[in-house]
Design a protein around this ligand. Structure first.
Ligand code: ARG
Length: 274
């Protein structure tokens, strides 16, 4: 996770960041920090080890640690592909992730050395739980053709998913993988062909109410272990569906981060332990 000390809304690069009158939303930093600390403590209570990067002045979105990289195993060692952020404002965040991964001996690839196409890491690209292929969201932040390079570098096929709802500008805002058989999605965020692909890839598809997704970011839920699901409160229908499917639900308030268009899933990057 990245510490939230420098988190604010300094520009708008997604529809959530503006108030109805067009002005930028305002973050309550002490409140955001308390929410972030509670989320971190929840990981502790689930016995997940959290490593932290310092916040960096001038990078108010860096707290959304899901976007700067894509982590994979190349058969011998951990590797990370560093993103090409869609917006100039966020590109400078990459250097801090590069330093983190290099220090830990990862094989590090800059996507920008191979292509100029934008790509935003785990915001859009998610490894299927069996590790055999990547779900590749595209349409807003990541371009479909970036996946040619991602596929080549990871040696994994990519199942492309076209996003069509501007509120769901990253795949992780409308597609939460819960276990190898189960995914939760906002259906209206995908085109017909992508929906078919999702239904073919998972035995069980939980459908998230678009309003629960828009207001509470239900689709940004994070299931680290196939059992516990962490999500922002305010999605009672989705919580009932999760519980009926045997998942353990943990609500953690991320309302300050939702103002910027991100919630639980966006606030971390899963890395290799050790
Ligand atoms: N304000 C950030 C942006 O627009 C939010 C990123 C949310 N992250 C995510 N993985 N969906 O880039």
């Amino acid at each position: 996770m990245v510490r939230p000390d420098c988190f604010k809304i300094a520009y708008a690069i997604n529809p959530h960041m503006r108030a109805p009158d067009g002005s930028l939303k305002r973050v309550d930093l002490p409140r955001a920090t308390a929410q972030w600390e509670r989320l971190r403590a929840l990981y502790d209570s689930l016995e997940m080890r959290v490593e932290m990067l310092a916040a960096e002045e001038g990078f108010p979105d860096m707290v959304f640690a899901a976007n700067q990289s894509f982590v994979f195993w190349d058969g011998e060692k951990p590797c990370a592909i560093l993103s090409t952020m869609a917006s100039a404002e966020r590109q400078g965040e990459i250097q801090f992730f590069e330093a983190y991964f290099k220090q830990r001996g990862y094989g590090v690839f800059h996507l920008s050395s191979y292509t100029t196409e934008p790509f935003e890491g785990n915001g859009d690209a998610l490894l299927h739980p069996n590790g055999a292929f990547i779900w590749g969201g595209h349409g807003y932040r990541t371009s479909e053709s970036a996946y040619e390079t991602i596929s080549r570098l990871t040696q994994l096929p990519v199942a492309p998913l076209r996003l069509i709802d501007p509120n769901c500008y990253h795949l992780d805002t409308c597609f939460a993988i819960l276990d190898e058989k189960t995914v939760a999605i906002q259906e209206s965020a995908f085109d017909a062909e992508s929906l078919k692909r999702i239904r073919a890839g998972f035995e069980r598809v939980l459908v998230i109410d678009p309003e629960e997704n828009r207001l509470a970011f239900a689709g940004n839920a994070f299931c680290p272990n196939g059992k516990d699901v962490i999500l922002n409160p305010g999605a009672p229908k989705f919580v009932a569906a999760l519980e009926a499917s045997g998942f353990r639900v943990h609500e953690s308030d991320t309302s300050e981060f939702i103002k910027s268009g991100g919630s639980v899933f966006c606030l971390k990057m899963v890395v290799f332990s050790g």
